[in-house]
Write a protein that binds this ligand. Structure first.
Ligand code: TXA
Ligand code: MG
Length: 353
């Protein structure tokens, strides 16, 4: 009973958007592409509709959602007050993969914010998402359109695999261009801090704001600023072993060691590396599913391919995935964060970078 509607990613057809927007206005769930991952959308101002998101995903109610807006001019529909930095951040980064944590107003049901006094907001940089927001004329609450805890969807097929039969409609505009979720930024602290690294690099934020901290996760020892930021998340079914804390060559050599050992023990092993790594070590990994994610010189390509690769290895019946850290520049920080959360085991070569 889930409708799959194909739309042009750059020039979405009016009828398709009107149909999806009508469903949103009726309180139904619509999965739609953003520039990061597919979102599972509902009218953010309707508590009943928002509860359907949690049911469809199997998501605990203490995990707050991101509210998507058509533009910064919609902020006053959901936000009580706007700190001074928001103007420049919105000008520079919206539409785009940056989510801001701001004080919520009374129009936002507590289901959206998990009872927090703040609301997460962003303006997505995808023509289909923006068209849906404008046509429905509603702020749309949307987490990633996957079952809770699993790998986020970067294609409509991924959404279908996870949520068919549980939601009204999927707008299919092909693969999402960035492939990892938005950066979540908390402006209530000095310096501002990244709660979740994502599609907007830390360096880009620092160019505008000056120093920006990165919340180090539960392992950092501090109190958890948001109940949704669980350690284990974004995980494939296979167990994932992450090697970090060293130069690319040393990390890759250890990945190869571990993969060969597990393979010799009879496990079905998958390995994720850069194109350059893969060419170098391919011959050492007979019988292993080796996927090249992209060039070491282009972390955006690695980010774009990561989730589909994890899903592909699961679909092949792989039991153990071995991969490495790709550094912390640009999208590297987001990739590291997701791999850490997906990992059942982290192998550290030298003190962490
Ligand atoms: O790219 C994205 O951000 C995608 C697309 C669909 O926009 N959405 C997404 O949503 O990743 P979700 O629900 O999977 O992740 C929302 C993140 C969680 O880490 C949650 O803890 C955080 O935002 N968050 C939401 N509201 C918050 C709040 N009031 N305070 C702190 N963190 C919050
Ligand atoms: Mg998610």
């Amino acid at each position: 009973k889930t409708r799959l509607i194909r739309v042009d990613p750059l020039h979405p057809e009016d009828e398709a958007i009107a149909e999806a927007a009508a469903l949103v206005r009726q309180g139904q769930l619509v999965a739609f592409p953003t520039e990061t991952v597919y979102g599972l959308g509902a009218n953010a101002l309707d508590a009943v509709a928002v509860r359907r998101i949690f049911e469809a995903k199997g998501r605990p109610a203490n995990d707050p959602l991101i509210v998507h807006l058509a533009g910064a001019e919609w902020l006053s529909r959901v936000v009580a007050s706007v700190p001074p930095e928001v103007g420049i951040l919105a000008t520079r980064f919206w539409p785009g993969p940056l989510t801001l944590i701001l004080p919520r107003n009374a129009a936002v049901p507590s289901e959206v914010t998990a009872g927090l006094p703040t609301v997460a907001v962003r303006v997505p940089a995808h023509p289909v998402a923006l068209a849906l927001l404008r046509a429905s004329d509603l702020p749309i609450a949307a987490p990633s359109a996957n079952r809770f805890g699993g790998v986020s969807p970067t294609t409509a097929e991924h959404v279908w695999q996870d949520l068919a039969g549980r939601i009204a409609c999927i707008l299919d505009a092909g693969p999402t261009p960035i492939g990892v979720e938005s950066t979540v930024l908390d402006l209530s602290t000095r310096p501002p801090r990244i709660l979740r690294p994502g599609g907007t690099p830390r360096e880009a934020l620092e160019a505008v704001l000056g120093p920006v901290a990165v919340w180090e996760g539960a392992s950092g020892g501090g109190a958890q600023p948001s109940p949704g930021l669980l350690a284990k998340h974004y995980a494939p079914r296979a167990r994932l072993i992450l090697v970090l804390g060293g130069e690319a060559e040393a990390l890759t050599a250890r990945v190869v060691d571990i993969a060969r050992t597990l393979s010799a023990q009879g496990e079905r092993v998958g390995v994720l590396l850069t194109d350059e790594d893969a060419r170098r070590v391919e011959a050492q990994l007979p019988g292993v599913s080796l996927l090249a994610l992209g060039s070491q010189t282009d972390l955006t390509e690695i980010a774009r391919n990561l989730y589909a690769a994890l899903r592909q290895l699961d679909a092949q019946g792989i039991t153990a995935i071995v991969t490495r850290d790709f550094g912390s520049h640009g999208l590297g920080l987001a990739i590291r964060d997701r791999l850490r959360r997906a990992a059942s085991e982290v192998v550290t070569l030298s003190p962490e970078p």
